[in-house]
Design a protein around this ligand. Structure first.
Ligand code: PEP
Ligand code: MG
Length: 553
């Protein structure tokens, strides 16, 4: 249970300020809920005797839920990633160990919470293995950590869903896109973390759903207590604890000014996106969930430039079946019709929903995007069938992520043709010329772009990944956040060359990485020849106003 620490008047009631990285804009007032290391920090240790049956039930449910999750991953990884499924089988054995269950139940019967009983028993086992002389046995200690965090997070999900509300600001060591989606459902408006980078998928998701966030504040989970009043300033990356009356007043004024400015920008929605010289720039939207589409339309987006389909996996907790995917894609395409809807094949892996993937030392360089899809042709074909079925009205495009070789494009095209033939045989109508394109996210593609021209109908620059691979700086690692510079001259030079080649070949080239949503980059990108931007819906008015004010292109 999350219980606020008792907060008496003391030194700690004074206003305190911490500076971090502004990851998603907005100013939010609220009460802190602190989560440590993905575990619940502020759970009660003891319970009343009357609560024991309830606590035993919570434990049983957490075991059941964790077992289901382990089994799910074992099933999907059995064929492709046997080493992963062996590890999971070991976890599953630990999870269902009857001696461990008995010890945990005994501790709960003594009047401890399920969290406390799990933590102490697993920790005791872990220490026992750590002391072993045999290195094989001592390495087993880490397995106990994994299983106990799985159980604690199974408990946590239930607990948080009861406690987080529109007043809550989540303070956590780290956060996953799945957590963010849960928090959003609970109306939570902001979060603060110790780790993460501005181009991590968690930060991108936060920006696209307008959830304010500040990241990279060292040890923040120990600097704030659950229940304290805080202001999160996602514009300047500041977190203020126990703000004084003067600070609150100043921030209220700031929010009033901001909402007036937003209203003014909203008026731009109906205006044409033309530079002063008359160059037309298309602004499309990056969409992570169906809710984003209404917002995109409201802000005047001309279609969808990037539909991040992998976020559906987080929503369903599994890869959705063909029919559910078809319904979602068809509804997205219909909502923006006659504008186009670019559906990106699942970009699974790296920091996105890596369940069922091997445990990799460098997941950003491992099995992700097209690499995963070509290993799991069943998943890929199911998705392509759903996309093709949604293409009947001829405004759907298919785009592939994380390409590094022409052969991947050729194989994917062959699979798409197979799917199309299957659908024809079933009497299903599809767009016979559905445009087929790729993301340019790796230096390998950018340098060899000519070889891809004849295989692709369009291209989109994924500058988030391109930047991390060009600068050798992990986009989610806060220790290299300063090196991960989306304005680095190498990135701009690289993009310029790609745009020149594609434009000369009359192939559509757009940009859908975060750089496209930074007004400071707009003029330069237009000067390089980019005519199609795809950005988070809330950023559209700001970029449009920059385009309209552009004097020379
Ligand atoms: C990118 O890499 O720039 C991109 C748009 O894809 P994602 O952020 O989803 O990896
Ligand atoms: Mg990418």
């Amino acid at each position: 249970m999350i219980v606020p620490h008792s907060l008496g008047h003391s030194e700690s009631d004074k206003e305190r300020r911490y500076h971090g990285i502004p990851a998603s804009r907005g100013i939010v007032f609220g009460k802190a809920i602190v989560i440590h290391n993905d575990l619940i920090s502020d759970y009660e240790e003891h319970i009343e005797i009357s609560q024991i049956p309830h606590e035993l039930e919570r434990f049983a449910q957490a075991v059941e839920k964790s077992e289901q999750q382990f089994n799910h991953i074992i099933n999907i990884s059995k064929h492709e990633f046997p080493s992963m499924s062996h590890i999971l089988e070991t976890y599953s054995m630990i999870l269902t160990d009857s001696f461990m269950h008995e010890a945990i139940r005994n501790k709960i019967q003594e009047g401890y919470t399920a969290e406390n009983a799990i933590f102490h028993n697993f920790n005791a086992q872990k220490q026992f293995f750590l002391l072993a002389k045999d290195p094989v046995l001592s390495e087993r200690a880490v397995d106990f950590d994994h299983v106990s965090s799985q159980l604690l997070s199974a408990l946590r999900k239930r607990t948080i869903s009861h406690k987080v509300d529109e007043q809550s600001i989540v303070i956590s060591t780290s956060i996953t896109p799945t957590d963010i989606m849960t928090f959003k459902q609970e109306q939570c408006k902001a979060f603060v973390t110790e780790i993460g980078g501005i181009a991590s998928h968690a930060s991108i998701l936060a920006r696209s759903i307008s959830m304010t966030s500040v990241i990279g504040i060292n040890d923040i989970v120990h600097k704030i207590k659950t229940g304290e009043t805080i202001i999160v300033d996602g514009n300047d990356g500041i977190v203020i604890i126990n703000p004084s009356t003067k600070t609150k007043h100043a921030y209220r004024k700031k929010t009033e000014r901001e909402s007036k400015h937003r209203e003014e920008l909203g008026l731009l929605a109906g205006m044409e996106s033309l530079t002063k010289k008359g160059t037309h720039i298309t602004i499309r939207a990056n969409i992570d969930s169906i809710g984003d589409i209404n917002e995109a339309i409201q802000y005047g987006a001309k279609g969808i430039g990037l539909l991040r389909t992998e976020f559906q996996i987080a929503r369903y907790g599994r890869i959705p079946d063909e029919q559910s995917q078809f319904e979602w894609y068809a509804s997205c395409a219909q909502k923006v019709y006659p504008e186009s809807c670019t559906i990106r094949a699942f970009d699974i892996g790296s920091d996105k929903f890596a369940e069922g993937l091997p445990n990799e030392a460098n997941p950003a360089l491992g099995v992700r995007g097209i690499r995963y899809l070509l290993k799991r042709k069943d998943v890929f074909k199911t998705q392509m069938r759903a996309v093709l079925r949604a293409s009947e009205a001829k405004n759907v495009k298919l785009m592939l992520p994380m390409i590094t070789n022409v052969s991947e494009v050729i194989q994917a095209r062959e699979l798409m043709n197979e799917c199309r033939e299957e659908l024809y045989a079933e009497g299903v109508k599809v767009d016979p010329f559905m445009p087929f394109g790729i993301m340019i996210e790796t230096p390998a593609v950018g340098l060899e772009i000519r070889s891809y021209l004849k295989h692709c109908d369009f291209f989109s620059i994924g500058s988030n990944d391109l930047t991390q691979y060009l600068l050798a700086a992990d986009r989610i690692n806060e220790h290299v956040a300063e090196l991960y510079d989306i304005f680095h001259p190498s990135v701009f030079r690289f993009i310029k060359n790609i745009v020149r080649t594609c434009t000369a070949a009359h192939k559509e080239i757009s940009i859908c990485g975060e750089i496209a949503g930074f007004p400071d980059a707009t003029n330069q990108l237009i000067r390089m020849g980019i005519r199609h931007f795809s950005i988070s819906p809330p950023l559209i008015p700001g970029i449009k106003s920059k385009i309209i004010g552009n004097e020379r292109d």
